[in-house]
Write a protein that binds this ligand. Structure first.
Ligand code: IMP
Ligand code: MG
Length: 177
């Protein structure tokens, strides 16, 4: 149990489980991108910790950049519309883009991002999401690399927030509201 906040939080994925799974993802990605020009694009803010850990277990040359979009306000419901707040600086032309996301929920953000990078001149666009949360999927999307498939409610920790709180929890917790 974490000491942060008054809310009840149930641990779903421990730091040790995260470490182990991320090493496996790194091995898969390392094998898949041999001889390719990989650019990892982390989706801020939620993916900052995942991207930092994942890039260190990928054993090929990789460029790293970030994009910032907004879909959620301060609530736990998706607004359904995406706004681009910050573009990556790197040129994607001819590169193999791997979008690194914290969680795919309705799929709206990822469908938008995939289309965005498809138009950027990238050679390929794939998705790596730490969590694939299926229960509210509204847009059909195929996630190429998935850390964990989870269903249980609203998740916080390891980068995931609820109104900017709890990103620094070292594991993933479900928040009871
Ligand atoms: P989507 O567009 O509905 O797939 O939402 C994706 C974004 O919503 C993610 O990048 C997260 O930032 C946020 N989100 C969705 N579900 C959760 C959750 O359970 N906890 C924290 N953030 C979430
Ligand atoms: Mg996000």
């Amino acid at each position: 149990m974490s000491q942060q906040g008054q809310e009840t939080k149930k641990i779903l994925v421990s730091p040790e489980q995260l470490d182990k799974r991320i090493v496996e993802l790194g091995e898969q990605i390392t094998a898949a991108y041999q001889g390719r020009k990989l650019i990892m694009v982390g989706v801020l803010n939620g993916a900052f910790i995942f991207a930092a850990d994942l890039c260190r277990v990928i054993d090929i040359e990789v460029e790293i950049d970030f994009i910032r979009v907004a879909s959620y306000g301060a609530s736990t419901e998706s607004s359904g519309s995406i706004r681009l707040l910050m573009e990556p600086k790197l040129d994607m032309t001819g590169k193999d883009v791997l979008i690194v996301e914290d969680i795919v929920d309705t799929g709206t953000t990822m469908a938008w991002l995939q289309e965005h990078f498809n138009q950027s001149g990238a050679r390929s666009v794939k998705i790596c999401s730490l969590i694939d949360k299926l229960e509210r999927r509204a847009v059909s999307i195929s996630v190429d690399y998935v850390g964990f498939t989870l269903d249980q409610g609203f998740l916080v920790g390891y980068g995931l927030d609820c109104a900017e709180r709890f990103r620094n929890l070292p594991g993933i917790y479900s928040l009871d509201s």
